[in-house]
Design a protein around this ligand. Structure first.
Ligand code: CA
Length: 241
């Protein structure tokens, strides 16, 4: 029965949840694997940090359950390394100590959630479901406008085959443009969209950054994709210039 429920509710779009469980304690690892498989999930096991890194890069897992205490690199450093290598699979950390420091370190290392041992299996399942629900919103598909492409999750952008080296603000600005191609966006809308804090509206920050962006996205390619719209702001041409 639980298998049927897991298949119909837990699987998201493709109906098949594939998990990587990283845990060196054999008993615990087998317990986790058996329980998760009973819920209808496909489970691979790794018991060492380097093995986990290799597997996470090699296969498209839906989530990684990662123990903090491991031989060959603790869970924090594994998580950080995954993110450094642009692996964005949701990570649920298992920590043995209920220390705030551990949780903070884990979340700062790029983990999505954590669970303190000992935990109930139903809580683990609930947190994995929550992670799965969050994934689509946090990892939208690659945006494309003409030959401009932008991957918000991987923080990468390209003009044709050329990868663009953008600062964080330039990236945010380009993402705003690419989410609304062909639309005239006011300076205020761009300011609010790309900068977290409220800046004075008379600030010329947007103009400065649009100039930076043009230097990287347009000029080297002989394009004019970011147009000035008089008395309003700027617009990304629908054909990507
Ligand atoms: Ca362990």
């Amino acid at each position: 029965m639980s298998r049927l429920i897991a298949r119909s509710c837990g699987g998201g779009n493709n109906g098949n949840v594939r998990l990587l469980v990283v845990e060196d304690e054999v008993k615990m690892a087998n317990l986790l694997a058996r329980g998760l498989r009973e819920e209808g999930h496909a489970v691979d096991l790794a018991d060492r940090g380097e093995e986990a890194l290799w597997m996470a890069r090699a296969a498209p897992y839906d989530a990684i359950v990662l123990d903090v205490m491991l031989p060959g690199g603790d869970g924090f450093s594994i998580c950080r390394e995954l993110r450094d290598q642009k692996v964005w699979t949701p990570v649920l950390l298992l920590t043995a100590r209920d220390a705030v420091d551990d949780r903070v370190v884990g979340l700062d290392a790029g983990a999505d959630d954590y669970l303190v041992k000992p935990f109930s299996f139903s809580e683990l399942l609930a947190r994995l479901r929550a992670l799965r629900r969050r994934v689509p919103a946090e990892r939208p598909v690659v945006l494309q406008v003409g030959d401009l492409r932008l991957d918000p999750a991987a923080r990468l952008a390209w003009r044709g085959d050329a990868e663009l080296a953008l600062s964080a603000k330039e990236f945010a600005l380009l993402e705003l443009f690419m989410r609304r191609p062909g639309e005239a966006l006011s300076r205020l809308a761009l300011l609010e969209g790309a900068w977290d804090m409220a800046y004075e509206s008379r600030s010329n920050l947007v103009d400065v950054y649009v100039r930076y962006l043009r230097e990287k996205v347009d000029r080297p390619f002989g394009r004019h994709s970011i147009e000035t719209v008089r008395r309003v702001g700027y617009r990304l041409r629908e054909d990507g210039g």
